[in-house]
Write a protein that binds this ligand. Structure first.
Ligand code: ES4
Ligand code: ZN
Length: 338
């Protein structure tokens, strides 16, 4: 349709994409076989009977934690730099087809180092894919190192120090830090120290907040961790003063519509605060989060928002411009994207 074509052609930026969440059930089973990784026995969890069975299970997540259980098992098949490179390059191919010009990609180093895969192995593979995406598709991209919030803050600090020791923040290999995994019970203030170190080092900062957690997780991330962006952030509508502050400061909120439906944060896309954000001047982008788990890549998410809200071309242009303005690329690249 005309609108689908318009949304496809609209130059898009993706800011909320976990690269480990782009691992499809097919690739998961193939890598498990090649790398000799034992998946859970289908006798214990029938979801692991086949890629098709796993896909079906992904349609029935009951919560963020139910999803994370599968997410961490899934990524256990990734071992070599080549595995990470092919995973990320496959994402870039799909992103290019969907009209993405700039991507800022989360990765979870602790989920790999904890099972014996070196931080540098992960980053080498991802960086190689970024370089190929730049050459083949003119896609610019950044890496955002995420800390797992269900693990102690000391582990996050160690991970931060390892990346810094390699010079990855100063040489641009990693653009910034994020915070993900189970939200409720793991408030952002636990990670205040590592975020202050990042701020002092001129390193960009974001955090998942207000996905399952209430609005206090969002104010906690702003006040204690000095984040420049809020990932998900849909529960900001529960605190009008906070919402007006986020609008005034042009803090980018990275919304993930299909993720929010699949993880039962909302019952349908129409419940998301898209209209409220447009009316209140909250800048936000539309993203896929974990596309292989949530039934859609970025264009599917744009189309789902269009189905639910029937936005005008002008409103879409406003959203896309906000996404460019909230990106962590230099001003020269921003001008080229606008
Ligand atoms: C995630 Cl949807 C979501 N929320 C929190 N942490 C995550 N890691 C990967 N996807
Ligand atoms: Zn996420």
């Amino acid at each position: 349709s005309r609108t689908h074509d318009f949304l496809q052609a609209l130059p898009k930026c993706e800011h909320h994409l976990h690269i480990e969440g782009s691992l499809s059930p097919t690739l998961l089973f193939r890598l498990a076989a090649t790398n000799n990784i034992a998946l859970p026995s289908p006798a214990i969890d029938p979801a692991f009977a086949s890629p098709a069975a796993l896909s079906t299970r992904y349609e029935q997540f009951s919560s963020l934690d139910d999803f994370l259980h599968y997410y961490f098992i899934g990524m256990s098949v990734l071992l070599s730099s080549a595995d990470f490179e092919s995973l990320a390059y496959e994402y870039f191919c799909r992103a290019h087809a969907d009209g993405v010009h700039h991507a800022e990609i989360f990765f979870d180093p602790q989920a790999h180092t904890s099972r014996g895969v070196a931080y540098d192995t992960v980053v080498k593979g991802l960086s190689a894919a970024q370089e190929r995406a730049r050459k083949d598709f003119s896609i610019s991209s950044k890496l955002i190192l995420c800390f797992l919030r269900h693990l102690p803050a000391g582990d996050a600090k160690q991970t931060f120090n390892a990346a810094q020791a390699l010079g990855h923040f100063s040489d641009g290999t990693v653009a910034g830090i994020g915070l993900d995994s189970s939200e409720v019970g793991f408030p952002p203030e636990l990670f205040r120290e590592v975020y202050i170190s990042a701020k002092d080092g001129g390193i960009r900062r974001t955090a998942h907040a207000g996905e399952e957690g209430d609005a206090s997780y969002i104010s906690g991330a702003l006040d204690n961790c000095h984040v420049e962006r809020i990932d998900h952030g849909i529960r900001v509508v529960e605190d009008d003063v906070l919402m007006k502050r986020i609008a005034r400061n042009k803090t980018l909120v990275t919304m993930c519509p299909l993720s929010n439906v699949r993880l039962r944060c909302v019952q349908s896309v129409s419940e998301l605060p898209v209209r409220t954000f447009l009316d209140e001047g909250v800048r936000f982008s539309v993203n896929s989060d974990d596309p292989a788990y949530f039934g859609g890549y970025i264009l599917d998410n744009y189309c789902a928002v269009q189905e639910a809200f029937n936005l005008t071309f002008k409103e879409w242009k406003y959203i896309a411009d906000g996404a460019i303005e909230g990106s962590w690329c230099d001003e020269e690249r921003k001008s080229a994207l606008l």
